[in-house]
Write a protein that binds this ligand. Sequence first.
Ligand code: 6PG
Length: 481
Amino acid sequence: QQAEIGVTGLAVMGRNLARNFARHGHVVAIHNRTFAKTQALIDEAGSEGTFVASESLEDFVASLARPRKIIIMVKAGPGTDAVIDELVPLLEEGDIVVDAGNAHFPDTIRREQQLAEHGLHFVGSGVSGGEEGALNGPSIMPGGSRKSYESLGPLLEDISAKVDGTPCCTYIGPDGAGHFVKMVHNGIEYADMQLIAEAYDLIRRGTGKSPAEIADIFTEWNSGELESFLIEITAEVLRQVDAESGEALVDVILDQAEQKGTGRWTVQNALDLGVPITGIAEATFARALSGSVPQREAARDILPAGTVEWHVEDPDAFVEDVRRALYASKVVAYSQGFDQIAAASDEYGWDIDRGAMARIWRGGCIIRARFLNRITEAYERDEKLPLLIADDFFAGVITECLEAWRRVVAGAAQNGIPTPAFSSSLAYYDGVRADRLPAALIQGLRDLFGAHTYRRVDKDGTFHTEWGGDRSETAVGGGFK
Ligand code: 6PG
């Protein structure tokens, strides 16, 4: 029997994706570099559907119906190129190779071009939702040619998460678009997690509540407008007690946050495109700060807080303030992430539909949240919306949260509690809504020390003041530098 789809790389994500296809009634070809993993899948989950197991890559390829659809699920990096190099000679025109790992999108662009030269389709696809999502329905972000989506899309949509009957999978755009969108998803995931961590820290230090008590607060938040997977699992982590010490697990976990690179790539790309994704950037740097061990040691006993003891008068009101600060900052992080997607879509010619991105993030993925519906609606109202937080609904949310947000950021600053994501989001909010920014002074300085020129508010053109001479102004030709 010819298989409809193949999966090579049967570590936990690949294995679960293969099982997901099988459970949906698709015949799945499976392959792994070492056969033991393939055998283990058959032994443990073979009864869930129809698997066609192969020991060699040749047999694996031969077991697939044409056009072949092969999902590579290996650790992102050189391993992906190695598998592609082995596969290409075995494939025929029109076959589809899907990289479902967290590849960096420039690699995906390169691989797509490389395979197109062989008449093959290469699909860089984001897959979010971790192990559980891969098995029971992830959010899937496939890029590549539209043609490839005709035959691949229905299969992916079938195994994806569904929200209100709508699959959390859609065609994203050419070459690197799918992996790009997954990268920004992860950037937002970083921001979301940092905001949650700051909220927890503020409540703990401001009210003295225990992790278990704070878990209850998160559970309560999860029944309101903040409802989301990350809020839900925060309660779970905070409630966990360490068997060995009897302490809250969160108190025995080393406070150094790691990362595999997607957040860093998001920030690097935002710098290239000139998009201020300050929430995501601060979240990424906060992880780096947590891991800056020598610097933290050097600072700990030397640098004073210079603050007074913190007394939160009304703990319930304070918790509600923190909830609002979290909501507003979270909206800013999403707004910034969607700006980055728009800028990249223009820059790389991807034509990405931002409303559809919010739609496929409603289920399956790590950042799934109730309020994503509202983002989709905002882009449905205005496809070209220049700023998500300026949409009526989100402007309303922020207006409701604003006073609380300012109180929280000011209180944190006064009491020496680091809230990089809360505060930078508020600074972004105040920056983007400002009538005038002190950027005018920066332009003046640049002109003085480097004759970099400036534009004026009252007439077109580019100007330079003769700082070293009579301080008269001259109109200079050329564009704005
Ligand atoms: C997902 C996750 C997944 C992974 C992150 C973790 O969407 O399922 O984002 O891709 O858990 O890459 O990233 P860090 O190790 O960088 O935190």
